[in-house]
Design a protein around this ligand. Structure first.
Ligand code: DAH
Length: 339
């Protein structure tokens, strides 16, 4: 047994010496030290030894195991180091290769239009105001002269949070908030989200509006026409516009402003439903009741107001025919508007 152990140790060490790659070395580890390896095999003969011999041989077995294991570790480190060196010599990294491009995002078309039209009014001297999306019914309805019985107060149109608190259904309440702590003259705009319980090809429960208000002495419908005509020409180019009589509770007189169809130029097509005109905003002279709620004397000052749908304006600018495309987050759609 002693001799066989010695022979095993010698052949093991010799083989380890000769090995030149890591795979071979691993095979040797299994051959000598593995569960089914030569040493394990040899140990089966231990049971035939005498009681005196057994501990001596046992110690010898452990010594041989340790010796071979140490040798394998040494060789492993050695081969590993060689392999690393060879890799460093043969492999190169081309640091002149261009990196992967990071694609930059772009503005959502509705945001882009919002910023664009805001800038037009800012250039005309309008102050940019803001108001809450969760609004008191007083500001959203009462102060705007919208009677208790008006259909827009119905539960089906308005998202109520409490009996006197709603998600604002339009940006018009900002008119009242702004007037309450201002002196005339002033001109302001406000953009933001509004909410209505509606969903189809031309309505989403959330959409964006822009509100405008100009108040001062002798502000007339002529001022309204001048400012809004200038605005429309900046957004849609030089086109005919018209003002159609309409009704809004917060303006008197009220009008809807139309622009010559951006597709057919007035001849009549699918977009303008054959009329040659596209409706773009509601407007009018601020109702005396509304001025009063804002803290102004309608004998001394007058004003005009207007409200524009930002999604609708974006659709007309880019020829988009389904409003819902704005909120589906389809990158193929959104990427087309990247600048
Ligand atoms: N608030 C109206 C709406 O949501 C839009 C509007 C019409 C606003 C006329 C105005 C205005 O300021 O004068 O339908």
């Amino acid at each position: 047994m002693r001799d066989r152990l010695e022979a095993l140790q010698n052949s093991g060490l010799a083989e380890i010496q000769k090995t030149e790659d890591l795979k071979q070395l691993d095979d040797l580890r299994i051959k000598y030290l593995g569960k089914k390896g030569e040493i394990t095999e040899l140990m089966k003969g231990m049971k035939d030894l005498s009681n005196e011999e057994r501990p001596l041989i046992g110690k010898l077995v452990n010594d041989v195991k340790e010796k071979i294991s140490e040798e394998i570790d040494l060789k492993f480190n050695f081969l590993n180091e060689i392999q690393r060196k060879r890799q460093l010599e043969t492999e190169t990294i081309d640091i002149t290769l261009p990196g992967r491009k990071i694609t930059k995002g772009g503005l959502h078309p509705v945001t882009e239009t919002e910023l664009f039209i805001k800038e037009i009014f800012r250039e005309m001297g309008f102050d940019v105001a803001d108001g809450p999306e969760i609004e008191e019914t007083y500001f959203n309805f009462d102060a705007l002269n919208i009677p208790e019985t008006h259909s827009s107060r119905d539960l089906q149109d308005t998202f109520y949070i409490k009996s006197d608190v709603v998600l604002r259904t339009h940006t018009s309440p900002v008119q009242i908030r702004y007037m309450k702590d201002r002196e005339a003259p002033f001109r302001m705009i406000c953009t933001g989200k509004v909410y209505r319980s509606d969903y189809d090809i031309s309505h989403t429960p959330m959409f964006h509006q822009m509100e405008g208000l100009m108040v001062g002495e002798n502000i007339s419908f002529a001022n309204l026409k001048a400012i809004l005509t200038e605005f429309v020409s900046k957004v849609f180019g030089e086109r005919k516009v018209r003002f159609r009589p309409h009704f809004f509770p917060f303006t008197e007189p009220s009008a809807e402003m139309d622009v010559e169809c951006v597709v057919c130029g007035g001849k009549g097509c699918r977009l303008c439903k054959g009329t040659g005109w596209l409706e773009i905003m509601g407007c009018g002279m601020v109702d005396p009741e509304v001025l009063k709620e804002g803290g102004f004397d309608s004998e001394k000052v007058s004003g005009f107001a207007f409200g524009i749908g930002i999604e609708r304006t974006t659709m007309l600018r880019h020829g988009i025919d389904d409003l819902r495309a704005f909120y589906e987050n389809d990158m193929r759609f959104l990427k087309q508007f990247k600048k």
